[in-house]
Design a binder for this molecule. Structure first.
Ligand code: AHM
Ligand code: MG
Length: 317
């Protein structure tokens, strides 16, 4: 028997208002998926001609996706604050809503014009906690992966559920409570940045490359899509580790990926599926934000691999 997202949400032991926030993000992702499918026919490709607050060139689809999310959020009176990668400032709605949504409406923009999986990432927090809450305060988190199928992966903090968009435009449950294997032999890192790496990262990758001939004692494989949602979804479904560590080039910014709407939701999803996350020195969920667009080093995935990297940070730092 199939379970639709609406049925699943109604069965969760959470406030229906919180469930409605997740439903709004799911509805936004269905619209974004439709937009992506025909964007190159409609001419919605390339740059939008603007830069976001982080000085990055926005793609037309970044802006369109942000507008879609904004439209869905405005329609839900339970959401009183929106933080988006594409909006310089947080947007507040005078509706008394109890929830804050932080989102990257379309992550992996650099892959947009080459038909690689991209995604929407989101985090739900209590609005009463303000803009700068740690990831531990998250009430829900999720991402949509726009690949050969559109997947929606959700957590309310204790387990993860995976939905697939069917031909009627409805999300149906396709994996309930997937668990990330503790051990894994697959890692994801942008090796073109090797010359900027710190010693723990360098040592970890060197050990993996040595495979069964080195101290790791087993052969590893490397996978890097360069689109966080695609790389994380692979880890969610079969294990592995993703690293975007602090390096000598990103150190002044605090890292590459953003804490509130990229790292925190992924860290909560990983934890809920039995995985782990760290900056190298601290669980990502414990990082106290000082800015809504704050960046952070990101290492997450299979628990034993994350622990191995943490061990290298402890011994080499
Ligand atoms: P974006 O939010 O501007 O799309 O940037 C985030 C992306 C991630 O999806 C991905 O993991 C990373 O940037 C890739 O970085 P790199 O260009 O160094 O491969
Ligand atoms: Mg992003």
């Amino acid at each position: 028997m199939t379970t639709t997202l609406a049925q699943w949400l109604a069965a969760q032991p959470v406030d229906p208002k919180l469930a409605s926030v997740v439903a709004s993000m799911a509805a936004a992702s269905i619209d974004i998926a439709a937009e992506l499918r025909t964007a190159s026919i409609a001419g919605h490709t390339g740059l939008a001609g603007q830069t976001n607050v982080q000085g990055e060139a926005q793609k037309a689809l970044d802006v369109i996706s942000n507008d879609i999310v904004l439209k869905h959020i405005e329609q839900n009176p339970e959401i009183s604050i929106l933080v988006s990668e594409e909006l310089d400032e947080a947007v507040t709605f005078d509706n008394g809503g109890a929830y804050l949504v932080a989102t990257d409406p379309l992550d992996g923009s650099s892959n947009l014009d080459v038909n690689v999986t991209v995604g929407t990432i989101f985090s739900v927090l209590p609005s009463a906690g303000g803009l700068l809450q740690t990831g531990r305060a998250q009430l829900a988190a999720g991402y949509a992966a726009y690949g050969p199928a559109t997947s929606l992966v959700l957590t309310f903090g204790t387990s993860v559920a995976v939905f697939t968009l069917n031909q009627n435009g409805e999300f149906v449950l396709t994996a309930d409570n997937p668990r990330i294997p503790e051990a894994s032999a697959e890692y994801a890192i942008n090796t073109a940045r090797e010359r900027f790496w710190d010693e723990p990262t360098r040592r970890y990758v060197t050990e993996n490359v040595a495979g069964e001939t080195g101290s790791a004692g087993k052969r590893y494989n490397m996978r890097w899509v360069g689109s966080m949602v695609a790389d994380i979804h692979r880890i969610m479904m079969r294990g592995g580790i993703f690293l975007y560590p602090l390096d000598s080039e990103t150190v002044s910014k605090g890292g590459r990926l953003r804490l509130l709407y990229e790292a925190n939701p992924m860290a909560l999803l990983m934890q809920a599926a039995g995985g782990r996350s760290t900056t190298g020195r601290l669980d990502i969920l414990d990082v106290v934000p000082t800015d809504i667009h704050q960046r952070v080093p990101v290492i997450l995935g299979s628990a034993k691999e994350v622990a191995r990297v943490e061990g290298l940070y402890r011994s080499l730092d």
